[in-house]
Design a protein around this ligand. Structure first.
Ligand code: TXA
Ligand code: MG
Length: 345
């Protein structure tokens, strides 16, 4: 890790009507090779000029991200995808017409202009047009594609506020655009469009049914099949542990009340992420956060809740199982990754 010696500036921006001068400053920073964290509708991204290899290398250093994990390239409109992809095929065109701007990332064959560091040396690139006025204004003003993973330290929880970004990356990046909490709260759906059949590599706000309906295909089974074992790493976001808090997290079947009681009896300081209708317990060593039994509202609040429990200094976290059903798919995926065992690679 490099010394944290960069002065990080934080600019507040109106999420709906960003001030042009602030956007111009951030865009100039991007063009000059600096790192700028910005809001999207999913989570905050850590951006750099995607065509500037040294700038993108700065993202990997700031995050402590392994070089084998490629980054998403954000663009201002679907038109820009054509010059960044070597095969902008019918699947990609149909999906972008249906869902861009929006929380959908498409993996496509890369064009030669994309530096190796962006794709982790692979022959594909992930592209997305975010649906956030600040992100779109920044992309348009910068006039370059912006490579941006989530603005957190590698493997940790993605940031849904500018404060989260500042806590993790303050002193390592140049600028943060603060437009308040993000709307979705979970990262975009990633779809691989390079094969004969599109594949969902990471579930997210756009559901398999929505994707299937746009393409006239049944995709639900592909999304539920989970990470492929063996073979090349299709998408490092599929690794069993990712998006994780710094203490052990267990998702229990049904309510976590019994597991919580047991851990309390064992003398631990315990965090409980409950759904709102769970019967609460009170205890001096228990920190309880209740989230709504509504998939969108739960997703919106999840990462902030995990950070809140982490900051409270708990030794372990227990999470009530969330409902079955497709609208909860992305939440289940992130919870299972938050609790995954560290993988030896
Ligand atoms: O919502 C989002 O997608 C946020 C915002 C900032 O746009 N970004 C984000 O980026 O979550 P990141 O880097 O944290 O996650 C990107 C995911 C990772 O799982 C990465 O492995 C995968 O996309 N990915 C990137 N390029 C890929 C490629 N060429 N092929 C397969 N997977 C790729
Ligand atoms: Mg990430």
């Amino acid at each position: 890790m490099p010394p944290a010696d960069i002065q990080t500036r934080v600019f507040a921006v109106d999420p709906w009507k960003p001030d042009p001068e602030t956007i111009a400053t951030a865009a100039a920073a991007i063009r000059s090779g600096q790192l700028v964290a910005f809001p999207t509708e999913t989570v905050y991204g850590l951006g750099a000029n995607a065509l500037d290899e040294a700038a993108v290398a700065g993202i990997f250093t700031a995050k402590g991200r392994p070089a084998h994990n490629p980054v998403i390239v954000h663009i201002a409109s679907a038109d820009a995808a054509v010059s960044l992809s070597a095969d902008w095929n019918a699947t990609a065109r149909t999906l972008t017409a249906a869902f861009w701007p929006g929380p959908l990332t498409l993996v496509t064959r890369r064009a030669a202009c994309i530096p190796d560091i962006v794709t982790a040396g692979g022959d594909t690139v992930a592209l997305r047009v975010p649906a956030h006025p600040v992100a779109l204004a920044l992309l348009m003003e910068a006039g370059v594609p912006i490579a941006a993973p989530s603005a957190n330290r590698s493997s940790h929880i993605s940031p849904t506020t500018a404060q989260h970004v500042l806590m993790e990356l303050g002193g390592r990046i140049h600028l943060i655009l603060d437009a308040g909490p993000t709307e979705c709260g979970l990262e975009s759906t990633v779809v691989d469009c390079t094969g004969p059949q599109p594949r969902i590599l990471r579930p997210g706000p756009i559901t398999p049914s929505q994707i299937g309906a746009a393409l006239g295909l049944a995709l639900a089974s592909l999304a539920e099949s989970g990470p492929v074992s063996g073979g090349p790493l299709r998408s490092p976001g599929l690794l069993p542990r990712h998006y994780a808090p710094s203490v052990p997290l267990t998702v229990t079947p049904g309510s976590a009340a019994d597991a919580v009681q047991q851990a309390l009896a064992g003398g631990q300081m315990v965090g409980w992420l409950a759904v709102e209708d769970s019967l609460p317990i009170t205890h001096s060593r228990l920190r309880l956060v209740s989230l709504p039994r509504n998939a969108q509202a739960y997703a919106h609040a999840l990462y902030a809740a995990l950070r809140q429990l982490e900051a409270a200094g708990v030794d372990c976290m227990f999470v009530d199982a969330v409902p079955a059903g497709e609208e909860w798919l992305a939440v289940r995926d992130r919870l299972s990754k938050a609790g995954g065992q560290p993988r030896q690679r």
